[in-house]
Design a protein around this ligand. Structure first.
Ligand code: S6P
Ligand code: ZN
Length: 191
Protein backbone atom coordinates (compact mmCIF):
# COMPACT_ATOMS: atom_id res chain seq x y z
CA UNK A 1 0.00 0.00 0.00
CA UNK A 2 1.10 3.54 -0.68
CA UNK A 3 0.70 5.72 2.40
CA UNK A 4 2.26 8.79 0.77
CA UNK A 5 -0.57 11.24 0.13
CA UNK A 6 -0.45 14.13 -2.39
CA UNK A 7 0.18 17.56 -0.87
CA UNK A 8 -2.91 19.46 0.27
CA UNK A 9 -2.81 23.26 0.51
CA UNK A 10 -3.43 24.74 3.96
CA UNK A 11 -6.16 27.42 3.91
CA UNK A 12 -8.19 29.33 6.51
CA UNK A 13 -11.70 28.18 7.47
CA UNK A 14 -14.55 30.13 5.91
CA UNK A 15 -18.33 30.07 5.61
CA UNK A 16 -20.80 30.94 2.86
CA UNK A 17 -24.52 31.68 2.95
CA UNK A 18 -27.25 30.40 0.65
CA UNK A 19 -30.69 31.60 -0.23
CA UNK A 20 -32.40 28.23 -0.32
CA UNK A 21 -35.66 29.62 -1.73
CA UNK A 22 -33.98 31.22 -4.74
CA UNK A 23 -31.35 28.51 -4.97
CA UNK A 24 -28.40 30.86 -5.00
CA UNK A 25 -25.15 31.23 -3.11
CA UNK A 26 -24.64 34.74 -1.71
CA UNK A 27 -21.44 36.38 -3.01
CA UNK A 28 -20.21 33.36 -4.98
CA UNK A 29 -16.72 33.55 -6.48
CA UNK A 30 -17.95 31.77 -9.58
CA UNK A 31 -21.36 31.77 -11.26
CA UNK A 32 -21.57 29.49 -14.29
CA UNK A 33 -24.58 29.95 -16.59
CA UNK A 34 -25.38 27.41 -19.30
CA UNK A 35 -27.97 28.38 -21.88
CA UNK A 36 -29.84 26.37 -24.49
CA UNK A 37 -27.06 27.22 -26.98
CA UNK A 38 -24.52 25.42 -24.78
CA UNK A 39 -26.53 22.19 -24.95
CA UNK A 40 -26.10 21.31 -28.64
CA UNK A 41 -25.86 17.57 -29.18
CA UNK A 42 -27.34 16.63 -25.81
CA UNK A 43 -31.08 16.46 -26.59
CA UNK A 44 -32.76 14.01 -28.92
CA UNK A 45 -34.78 16.69 -30.74
CA UNK A 46 -32.16 18.93 -32.40
CA UNK A 47 -34.79 21.04 -34.18
CA UNK A 48 -36.63 21.82 -30.94
CA UNK A 49 -33.35 22.94 -29.38
CA UNK A 50 -32.57 25.16 -32.40
CA UNK A 51 -36.06 26.72 -32.09
CA UNK A 52 -35.49 27.38 -28.38
CA UNK A 53 -32.14 29.04 -29.10
CA UNK A 54 -33.76 31.21 -31.81
CA UNK A 55 -36.59 32.13 -29.43
CA UNK A 56 -34.26 33.76 -26.88
CA UNK A 57 -31.71 31.15 -25.85
CA UNK A 58 -33.03 30.71 -22.28
CA UNK A 59 -30.89 29.80 -19.31
CA UNK A 60 -30.83 26.05 -18.67
CA UNK A 61 -28.90 25.96 -15.43
CA UNK A 62 -26.65 27.90 -13.10
CA UNK A 63 -23.86 26.69 -10.83
CA UNK A 64 -22.65 28.79 -7.92
CA UNK A 65 -19.28 28.04 -6.35
CA UNK A 66 -16.73 29.46 -4.00
CA UNK A 67 -13.84 27.30 -5.13
CA UNK A 68 -11.30 25.65 -2.89
CA UNK A 69 -7.98 24.22 -4.14
CA UNK A 70 -8.65 21.46 -6.69
CA UNK A 71 -6.61 19.00 -4.68
CA UNK A 72 -6.85 15.72 -2.85
CA UNK A 73 -8.11 16.39 0.69
CA UNK A 74 -10.23 19.45 -0.12
CA UNK A 75 -13.98 19.23 -0.79
CA UNK A 76 -15.58 21.07 -3.67
CA UNK A 77 -19.21 22.06 -3.24
CA UNK A 78 -21.79 24.00 -5.20
CA UNK A 79 -25.40 25.01 -5.54
CA UNK A 80 -26.89 23.84 -8.83
CA UNK A 81 -30.07 25.54 -10.09
CA UNK A 82 -31.59 23.71 -13.05
CA UNK A 83 -34.45 25.67 -14.58
CA UNK A 84 -37.71 24.00 -15.65
CA UNK A 85 -38.57 23.46 -19.28
CA UNK A 86 -38.78 21.14 -22.24
CA UNK A 87 -36.79 20.67 -25.43
CA UNK A 88 -39.48 19.06 -27.55
CA UNK A 89 -40.73 16.37 -25.15
CA UNK A 90 -37.48 16.10 -23.19
CA UNK A 91 -37.11 17.70 -19.78
CA UNK A 92 -34.33 20.27 -19.25
CA UNK A 93 -31.13 18.63 -17.99
CA UNK A 94 -27.45 19.27 -17.37
CA UNK A 95 -24.75 18.16 -19.83
CA UNK A 96 -23.52 15.47 -17.48
CA UNK A 97 -19.98 14.32 -16.90
CA UNK A 98 -17.69 11.70 -15.46
CA UNK A 99 -15.14 12.90 -12.98
CA UNK A 100 -11.67 13.12 -14.50
CA UNK A 101 -10.49 11.17 -11.45
CA UNK A 102 -13.13 8.55 -12.21
CA UNK A 103 -12.76 6.84 -8.82
CA UNK A 104 -14.33 9.84 -7.02
CA UNK A 105 -17.98 10.01 -5.98
CA UNK A 106 -20.37 12.85 -5.22
CA UNK A 107 -23.25 13.68 -2.91
CA UNK A 108 -26.29 15.64 -4.10
CA UNK A 109 -28.84 16.91 -1.61
CA UNK A 110 -32.04 18.15 -3.27
CA UNK A 111 -33.36 21.32 -1.68
CA UNK A 112 -36.24 22.33 -3.95
CA UNK A 113 -38.09 21.05 -6.98
CA UNK A 114 -38.33 17.56 -8.40
CA UNK A 115 -36.25 15.60 -10.81
CA UNK A 116 -33.95 12.71 -11.50
CA UNK A 117 -30.28 11.98 -11.30
CA UNK A 118 -29.39 9.86 -14.33
CA UNK A 119 -26.19 7.86 -13.89
CA UNK A 120 -24.18 5.61 -16.18
CA UNK A 121 -20.92 3.70 -16.17
CA UNK A 122 -18.41 3.49 -19.03
CA UNK A 123 -19.48 -0.14 -19.61
CA UNK A 124 -23.10 0.88 -20.18
CA UNK A 125 -24.91 0.32 -16.86
CA UNK A 126 -27.57 2.97 -16.33
CA UNK A 127 -29.59 3.83 -13.18
CA UNK A 128 -31.58 6.79 -12.01
CA UNK A 129 -32.69 8.09 -8.63
CA UNK A 130 -35.46 10.53 -7.83
CA UNK A 131 -34.81 14.03 -6.49
CA UNK A 132 -37.21 15.70 -4.10
CA UNK A 133 -36.55 18.19 -1.30
CA UNK A 134 -34.64 16.55 1.53
CA UNK A 135 -33.58 13.55 -0.55
CA UNK A 136 -29.91 12.80 -1.05
CA UNK A 137 -28.53 10.97 -4.05
CA UNK A 138 -25.19 9.23 -3.73
CA UNK A 139 -23.26 9.08 -6.99
CA UNK A 140 -20.63 6.38 -6.46
CA UNK A 141 -17.18 6.49 -8.03
CA UNK A 142 -17.14 5.51 -11.75
CA UNK A 143 -20.69 6.74 -12.45
CA UNK A 144 -21.21 9.60 -14.91
CA UNK A 145 -24.10 11.81 -13.78
CA UNK A 146 -26.65 14.26 -15.15
CA UNK A 147 -29.49 16.08 -13.32
CA UNK A 148 -32.91 16.32 -14.97
CA UNK A 149 -35.68 18.69 -13.90
CA UNK A 150 -39.02 16.90 -14.22
CA UNK A 151 -41.06 19.64 -12.53
CA UNK A 152 -42.41 23.13 -13.10
CA UNK A 153 -40.08 24.99 -10.75
CA UNK A 154 -36.27 25.14 -10.48
CA UNK A 155 -34.53 21.99 -9.28
CA UNK A 156 -32.08 23.17 -6.66
CA UNK A 157 -29.45 20.91 -5.18
CA UNK A 158 -26.33 21.19 -3.08
CA UNK A 159 -23.46 18.96 -4.08
CA UNK A 160 -20.14 17.97 -2.53
CA UNK A 161 -17.29 16.13 -4.23
CA UNK A 162 -13.54 15.64 -3.83
CA UNK A 163 -11.36 18.61 -4.71
CA UNK A 164 -9.29 16.59 -7.18
CA UNK A 165 -12.34 15.07 -8.99
CA UNK A 166 -12.33 17.30 -12.11
CA UNK A 167 -14.91 17.16 -14.95
CA UNK A 168 -14.70 14.93 -18.00
CA UNK A 169 -17.38 16.09 -20.46
CA UNK A 170 -15.80 14.63 -23.60
CA UNK A 171 -16.54 10.95 -22.95
CA UNK A 172 -20.18 11.64 -22.03
CA UNK A 173 -20.59 13.76 -25.20
CA UNK A 174 -19.31 10.83 -27.26
CA UNK A 175 -21.30 8.11 -25.44
CA UNK A 176 -24.50 9.91 -24.43
CA UNK A 177 -26.72 8.37 -21.74
CA UNK A 178 -28.66 5.17 -22.58
CA UNK A 179 -31.86 6.64 -21.12
CA UNK A 180 -33.63 10.00 -21.31
CA UNK A 181 -36.58 11.57 -19.46
CA UNK A 182 -39.57 12.80 -21.45
CA UNK A 183 -42.85 14.47 -20.61
CA UNK A 184 -45.74 12.62 -22.27
CA UNK A 185 -49.36 13.57 -21.49
CA UNK A 186 -48.15 15.32 -18.34
CA UNK A 187 -46.28 12.28 -16.99
CA UNK A 188 -42.54 11.61 -16.85
CA UNK A 189 -41.42 8.67 -18.97
CA UNK A 190 -37.85 7.37 -18.77
CA UNK A 191 -36.77 5.37 -21.81
C1 S6P B 1 -19.69 18.70 -10.18
C2 S6P B 1 -21.15 18.54 -9.95
C3 S6P B 1 -22.03 19.74 -10.35
C4 S6P B 1 -22.24 19.89 -11.85
C5 S6P B 1 -23.38 20.82 -12.16
C6 S6P B 1 -23.56 21.10 -13.65
O1 S6P B 1 -18.99 17.51 -10.04
O2 S6P B 1 -21.63 17.34 -10.49
O3 S6P B 1 -21.46 20.89 -9.85
O4 S6P B 1 -21.05 20.34 -12.45
O5 S6P B 1 -24.57 20.27 -11.67
O6 S6P B 1 -23.61 19.93 -14.41
P1 S6P B 1 -22.57 19.67 -15.60
O7 S6P B 1 -22.83 18.29 -16.04
O8 S6P B 1 -22.82 20.68 -16.67
O9 S6P B 1 -21.20 19.86 -15.00
ZN1 ZN C 1 -19.85 15.59 -10.68
Amino acid sequence: MNFIKPATTFIQPFAVSFNLVEGIMLNPKSHLVRRAGDMKGHYRDHEALAALIAAGNPTHYEVFETPVPHEYGHLMYCISKLHPGLVGEEWFMTKGHYHTAINTGEIYLALRGEGLMMMKTPDGQCRHERFEPGRMVYVPPYWGHRSINTGREPLISFCVYPGDAGHNYGDIEKEGFPRRAFCRNGATVVE
